[in-house]
Design a protein around this ligand. Sequence first.
Ligand code: DO4
Ligand code: MG
Length: 285
Amino acid sequence: MKLCRYLNSYNELRLGLVHDDETVADIGSAEHGRLASLLESDNLGARLKELSNQTLMAAPLTSVRLLAPIEKQEVWAAGVTYLRSKTARMEESDFSARAYDKVYEADRPELFFKSLPEKVVASGEAVGIREDAKWNVPEPELALIINSKGRIVGYTVGNDMSSRDIEGENLLYLPQAKVYDRSCSLGPWINVGATEAEARTWMIKLAIERGGQSVFSGETSVIQMKRKLSELADWLYRSQTFPNGAVLLTGTGLVPGDDFTLQANDKIRIEISGIGVLENHVVIV
Ligand code: DO4
Ligand code: MG
């Protein structure tokens, strides 16, 4: 099932279930933390079915505005969970290269704070590249929707926008390479009901267009990730409570070649086979 947050034609904040990627069936208001409380349901799939039986209205997806599928959750991110991320980062840095090697092998994963919920951008909105960075890339990532009890209750598509020159200059600059305006995008909706085993079979595709021409395309699969999804969620919740739940980006397995950097107006398309497509254009912030 695909659960979305959207604005209807009266500009009301609603929750909906997306059918065939074409229509959205309204399942009630999204005001007052309703998404978070739904995500706490012991059997979310059954609860959504119940709500869908009471649906009164359905609208074409093209007639509504999808919002990022997040309410009050902090967004965190895991890093160096795929071999490709480790090698690209070792190449871009000099004295800190060994840190990536060590964290790839270690029990404890790299986890970092990525975004406040209100700063997350939705599909269709602009993502940013920093005006003081010269080498910028999107990072297409599977994002876990985790409830307050630490249970993975859904999945969405994420983009962990990153400045490679800033991170490469000094690993201590990581927060500046990763956290700035419009650096995190999530959407288009939440896949509810898939198991971890299913999620691991999904393909992740990245396509970047400039002036109508393809300038990068690549694909990988979640199966290439070194760690279990539940392992990452478990580490995030150690000695830390998330009363509103959390969203956890699980790391990138796709990094364009070293000669590639994003430019303003580039169009980024990230598709995860079990979820859908997250699309953003680039602005300088
Ligand atoms: O180590 C820095 C960040 C890694 C990351 O964001 C990733 O592997 O996706
Ligand atoms: Mg990343």
